[in-house]
Design a protein around this ligand. Structure first.
Ligand SMILES: C[C@@]1(CC(=O)O)c2cc3[nH]c(cc4nc(cc5[nH]c(cc(n2)[C@H]1CCC(=O)O)[C@@](C)(CC(=O)O)[C@@H]5CCC(=O)O)C(CC(=O)O)=C4CCC(=O)O)c(CCC(=O)O)c3CC(=O)O
Ligand SMILES: NC(=O)C1=CN([C@@H]2O[C@H](COP(=O)(O)OP(=O)(O)OC[C@H]3O[C@@H](n4cnc5c(N)ncnc54)[C@H](O)[C@@H]3O)[C@@H](O)[C@H]2O)C=CC1
Length: 221
């Protein structure tokens, strides 16, 4: 079994090809769309949900069987037909030097595999078993979803906005480091979880920080 390298890939507007339009292809397409990829689908038959995505112009679809000339010019190719031999044949016809390939029924041939994802706004947690047990990756994803609830969407936006502001304040490395630590105190997560407005919280914290910095600087001068 392979040992994989995890990375976060920017697929915005990148051309991605999915061959086969069944249940598994549907799952891969939904996650590609979440990453703003430009998805093309080739398959004679597709699921009702994929039909809807085609009608909404969110993916393009060629209603036909795969041809050898199809597999050129993509960042990512997902091979998801239900025929093992065909999937292997497609693998042979892909130029692997320039394209990342996921063969859904053959981890050994794939140049990348897809983890189970917890999606909480800026926070994404990926769970992988390296193909040992995709079912376990899904189970752990479901457990982590309880631990990292929807409040993390607002919370990570709060952290991102505060961080950007702190970076613009012309502080010393030491001051910045202390503030980033301060932001991670559990109290802020708790307050957001309880429904306190993120924007008001940000205003209050900025005031506190400014006061403290001014006080410290007066003491030092
Ligand atoms: C190697 C990999 C390649 C890839 O697809 O990238 C792969 C391969 C295969 N999956 C198979 C089976 C199942 N896959 C799932 C589910 C998911 N599979 C996903 C990823 C991966 N699956 C990659 C490894 C990821 C890793 O281990 O880290 C997830 C995480 C992500 C996603 O697909 O988006 C998504 C969960 C999403 C979620 O819910 O969070 C379930 C459960 C279910 O469907 O409910 C089952 C049945 C239970 C079981 O088998 O465990 C089979 C056998 C098919 C057969 O029996 O013929 C193969 C082929 C083989 O192993 O040879
Ligand atoms: N990686 C994963 O997470 C999982 C992988 N699998 C594997 O994935 C494969 C696909 O599973 P499902 O999506 O459930 O199958 P499915 O039967 O729902 O879909 C297969 C799709 O392939 C298309 N297809 C068939 N011949 C084609 C051709 N010549 N050119 C283009 N498209 C063609 C069909 O039209 C259909 O849309 C299975 O063989 C299974 O071994 C199964 C479960 C999970």
């Amino acid at each position: 079994m392979n040992r994989y390298y995890a990375m976060m890939v920017n697929l915005t507007n990148r051309p991605c090809l999915v061959i086969g339009g069944g249940r598994v292809a549907e799952r891969k397409i939904l996650s590609l769309l979440k990453a703003n990829a430009k998805v093309k689908l080739i398959s004679p038959v597709i699921t009702p949900l994929l039909e809807t995505l085609v009608q909404e112009n969110r993916i393009s679809w060629e209603k036909r069987e795969y041809k050898r000339q199809d597999v050129k010019g993509y960042s990512i190719i997902v091979v998801a037909t239900d025929q093992k031999e065909l999937n292997q044949q497609i693998y042979q016809e892909i130029d692997h030097q320039y394209q990342w390939v996921n063969i859904v029924d053959d981890p050994e041939l794939s140049t990348f595999i897809v983890p189970a994802m917890i999606d909480r706004g800026h926070l994404q947690i990926a769970v992988s078993t390296s193909g040992a047990s995709p079912g376990l990756a899904k189970k752990i994803r479901q457990e982590l979803e309880k631990q990292y609830g929807v409040e993390y969407e607002e919370y990570t936006t709060f952290l991102a906005e505060m961080r950007e502001w702190i970076l613009q304040q012309g502080l010393t490395n030491e001051e910045r480091k202390n503030l980033f630590e301060y932001l991670l105190e559990p109290d802020f997560l708790r307050r957001i979880e309880k429904g306190e407005s993120k924007d008001l919280l940000i205003l209050k914290i900025k005031e506190t920080i400014k006061e403290n910095i001014n006080k410290e600087r007066e003491l030092l001068s």
